[in-house]
Design a protein around this ligand. Sequence first.
Ligand code: 13P
Ligand code: SF4
Length: 310
Amino acid sequence: MKKDHQKLIEEIKRLKQEKNAILLAHYYQVPEIQDLADVVGDSLGLSQQAARVRAGIIVFAGVHFMAETAKILSPDSKVLLPDMKAGCSLADSCPPQEFAAFKEKYPDHVVISYINCSAAIKAMSDVICTSSNAVQIVNSFPEDQPIIFAPDKNLGGYVNQVTGRNMVLWNGTCEVHDILSVEQIIRLKSEHPDAKLIAHPECKAQILALADFIGSTTALLKFTIRDSSRKYIVATETGILHPMKKASPDKEFFVVPSDQTCACNDCPYMKLNTVEKLYLCLKNEKPEIKLSGDLILKAKKPIERMLELS
Ligand code: 13P
Ligand code: SF4
């Protein structure tokens, strides 16, 4: 590691302490940011932390909807996101005006929204879920309750299959998970017949049908720790390999390439956060997430309902 880079890391540690700031990082962040974080987790774990922390400053090393959720749950804290352009294709696939019109077509349906959506969509929802608790949240409603599930059609389809429901699905996808290649999985499986395929539920149905285990990033990590296999084909974003290798250095992990010729299994939004931007964000206390009091109030209700049910 270069000397200047190491200096930045030391400065981040010092500023965190001096400013009473807590650093929350998602598993899809680069390894150096994960190693600097006070808490590393999946969307549910990080929301639970954000609801709990009493820090003047929360730096969210993740994407915009995650930092927004932290602001909604801890409105008195200053919430910072190292790069304001760190968005999410799934959240962007569900514009509030279009969703309001969609919702009007199903007046007797409750709305369950995946946390990967904007605060405006959350404010239009009855309850939020993450990939860790989607099945549990859906099952908290009576079997005959009509449901709209937004915005991820892959996760929604998976939950429909597990619960036997017929939820109406918004047509959104994650640009990283949706293009992971079935052909490459089949190739990897034939090269490593003893490897287990583990997949995030944002992957398309053909991949989930082949998977030995399906779960959120935390669930996938825990599975690789407790399971007795030595090899795993990992169908999710590459950031999760860092904690997996750290927890099980003697095991082998293979990432699934995408259908396209690019490093598409790296989320381009998550990877906008860098150590340099993290340092500047802590030093200058910006970019800051700002939301109106009214939106915070409306979006908080369905998130709190999820936290109570989880
Ligand atoms: P989880 O954090 O629930 O595993 O979801 C992954 C993801 O895509 C976050 O954007
Ligand atoms: Fe959004 Fe997909 Fe990136 Fe997660 S991995 S932040 S769902 S684009």
